[in-house]
Ligand binder design. Structure first.
Ligand code: CUO
Length: 710
């Protein structure tokens, strides 16, 4: 009998052990309610309604015991010692400050935290670690680390990343809009009558005063998707990334930001503004202070002054910046950089096997990431962001927060961003101009471009598109802020809060390219399409050299086999190499832009009501490797602007080829005329007020209010 009781006890013990093991093992986190790992990890991004303990209970996460916070008296979970030791830098950063991406302590904290996320054995374990630590670390740093993890882990995909404005709405819309949203949500929750609340806002409500001419391009600088893209880019290509993880990362830094500035200048031309003036005389104030009305502070007197930190050895000095610039200019002019051991490394964009692209070495040293010599070339780009963002309180007397230039998700809003980046871009162009023009052989291609036609898709009944004429307009764009702002909802309160604003947009279009294949074989080709304005701010034709500042990539792609004789290539605008291939199957955000992608709505420059004329450049070049099957964006991100994690950049030429160097030609027309594999076409971009105005006569803009929305 005794034995029987003992056996029975043993069986019960084994059963209890098995039950607890299946319920609480990390492999079962979240499985009680059937959450798939992919859905589970998305909940780690959002502001919860519930406390960490309730969430942990729901998802079967074992938390360490609660301890009382010595200052606040609030009961909170203690992070276990081993994890704490791995997060020393991260935990040292205060929780209530913005993430300052250009400051090395913050970049290293993101790296440290993402390393912990990357070590997790699977997504369920990653989720339980994220829930455990999210109340203890700076929220933007926590989000930045999670974003970076999606780019790095093979079991996650950047296409599933939620757009940042849904997570941190206060970084994208003014505080007054957030307050309005809170009031409306409160009413809806109280009266239980509405399921959806909508709050409209306008670019006039943020940024720079409407009397400043810079206000005319606020719609572009403050576009949510553009700022989101800039955040994604820096998170997918951080300067602290492990060595070798991003092919030609320094060159990508040059190329993406070059396109950003070039496109900004096209927008400026379309509203009668001159191209942006580089900020390179550092003792002069920048004219336009920027008051964002979002939750970073104002910076009204903006010019470079030393930033004094305590301790002083972490201060930033303008003289450092001047010295690094001199060293970089000198290296560009003599054609080599000096490594830490004193040896020289050649600066060339015609590298031999084993050599790096000169523009890549420069990009890494300017930003600065994997610099060939950090002591000599310093940290020019990052420190510039730092000095501008702290210029309103450089001696830290008023304990104010940094300006928007200090954070990657907000920097593009500030006109000073483009002044700084035009200076950086000019430094790169100084290098590009040292490179010999491409030879006839380097520019040749087997196939000939006979004709190009650009056509809008016929999506409107009452509108017949005209060949080579495209139209832009403003259209509402909404995002769900319900999970990024604490609306004081309980889980049973089913209210969604949408924030809506107008963004520049266009109709989808396609290219039809007529090709002549003079050979007797089927051939594949690489098509390169670039866009630039035809005239400058004074209405003068831009010559070959001036256009170098403007060319922007529209698409680069490999074709299928082209038959001998005449053949046609069709390509839709939404297949472009600068866009992500993801179209948003994300249930939570219902968003059609994810990963790292140029914003779809800004694929075309605005143009003017009467029609602005642009050059469309098309080249059929030979493909890099005929044995490779074309696979433009295997991981879904923009191959051209964002590269491919752990893979080769999808092109062997310098980025911007063949329009990134000087030429013996004075004009683009004579350059193209010499090469049958190239073609130049005028296209006209017309801007109308909204989608309903397409096909109607444009309204006249008054001279001092060139933007319809002002
Ligand atoms: Cu993206 Cu300066 O690099 O902002």
């Amino acid at each position: 009998m005794k034995w029987l009781i003992l056996m029975l006890l043993l069986v019960i013990l084994v059963l209890v052990f098995q039950t607890s093991a299946t319920s609480f093992g990390p492999e079962n986190v979240g499985s009680r309610y059937g959450q798939r790992p992919k859905d589970l990890i998305l909940s780690a991004f959002y502001l919860p309604y519930e406390s960490t303990t309730i969430l942990a209970d729901r998802f079967d996460i074992i938390l360490p015991p609660l301890v009382e916070d010595s200052e606040t008296g609030i009961l909170t979970t203690e992070i276990y010692y081993e994890l704490k030791m791995k997060l020393v830098r991260t935990l040292a950063i205060p929780q209530d400050i913005p993430y300052f991406a250009f400051k090395s302590e913050h970049a290293l904290a993101v790296k440290e935290l993402s390393n912990v996320f990357l070590e997790a054995r699977d997504i369920r374990e990653l989720f339980s670690i994220a829930i455990l630590i999210r109340d203890h670390v700076n929220r933007p740093i926590y989000l930045a680390a999670l974003y970076h993890t999606f780019f790095e882990r093979k079991d996650l995909s950047p296409g599933d990343l939620p757009p940042l404005e849904t997570l941190l709405p206060d970084r994208f819309v003014p505080a007054v809009v957030i307050n309005r949203a809170k009031q409306l949500a409160k009413l809806a929750i109280h009266h239980k009558e509405k399921k959806e609340v909508t709050v409209y806002w306008h670019v006039n409500e943020t940024g720079i005063g409407p009397r400043s001419p810079e206000h005319r391009v606020a719609y572009w600088r403050e576009d949510m998707h553009l700022n989101n893209f800039h955040w994604h880019w820096h998170l997918s290509n951080p300067y602290s990334v492990r060595p070798g993880a991003r092919d030609r990362r320094g060159e990508l830094f040059y190329y993406m930001h070059h396109n950003l500035v070039a496109r900004y200048n096209m927008e400026r031309l379309s509203v009668n503004l001159e191209p942006v003036v580089p900020y390179d005389t550092w003792h002069l104030p920048i004219d336009d202070g920027y008051f964002p009305h979002i939750t970073t502070d104002r910076q009204d007197k903006t010019f470079f002054r030393d930033v004094r930190e305590i301790p002083l050895n972490q201060s930033s000095y303008v003289s450092q910046l001047e010295m690094w610039r001199t060293h970089l200019y000198h290296s560009i002019d003599v054609g080599f950089m000096v490594k830490e051991n004193g040896s020289h490394v050649r600066l060339t964009d015609n590298p031999r096997i084993g050599e790096d692209f000169g523009i890549n070495l420069l990009g890494e040293s300017v930003e600065a990431g994997a610099s060939v010599n950090p002591a000599l070339y310093g940290n020019l780009h990052n420190l510039g962001h730092d000095l501008i963002s702290q210029s309103h309180d450089p001696a830290k007397r008023h304990n104010t927060q940094i300006g928007v230039m200090g954070a990657v998700e907000t920097a593009v809003r500030d006109p000073a961003f483009f002044r700084w980046h035009k200076f950086i871009d000019n430094l790169f162009l100084r290098y590009k101009m040292t490179q010999p023009p491409y030879t006839a052989r380097q520019l040749a291609g087997d196939l000939e471009v006979v004709d190009v036609r650009v056509m809008e898709e016929k999506v409107l009944d009452n509108y017949a598109p005209t060949p080579d004429h495209l139209v832009t307009f403003f259209a509402p764009s909404a995002f769900d802020s319900s999970r990024g702002i604490d609306f004081n909802r309980k889980p049973e309160d089913d209210v969604t809060v949408l924030i809506v604003t107008d963004v520049l947009d266009h109709l989808e279009f396609s290219y039809k390219i007529r090709i002549h294949n003079p050979t007797s074989e089927f051939k594949r080709s690489k098509i390169r399409i670039f866009l630039a304005p035809k005239f400058d701010e004074d209405g003068e034709r831009l010559d070959f050299a001036a256009l170098t500042h403007y060319w922007t990539e529209m698409d680069v792609f490999e074709t299928q086999e082209i038959m001998p004789g005449t053949d046609y290539i069709y390509r839709r605008s939404n297949e472009s190499s600068i866009l992500s291939t993801y179209h948003g199957d994300n249930n939570i955000t219902k968003f059609a832009f994810s990963g790292c992608s140029w914003p779809r709505n800004l694929q075309l420059p605005r143009g003017t009501p009467d029609g602005m004329i642009f050059h469309l450049f098309v080249m059929a070049s030979n493909i890099d490797d005929p044995s490779e099957i074309p696979d433009p964006q295997p991981n879904g991100t923009s191959g051209s602007f964002c590269g491919r994690p752990d893979e080769k950049y999808p092109d062997k030429w310098p980025m911007g080829y063949p329009l990134d160097r000087r030429s013996s030609h004075q004009t683009i027309e004579s350059f193209v005329a010499e090469h049958p594999n190239m073609m130049l076409k005028d296209i006209v971009i017309k801007h109308v007020r909204d989608r309903d105005s397409i096909g109607r006569q444009p309204q006249k803009e008054s001279s001092d209010c060139l933007l319809f929305t002002c």
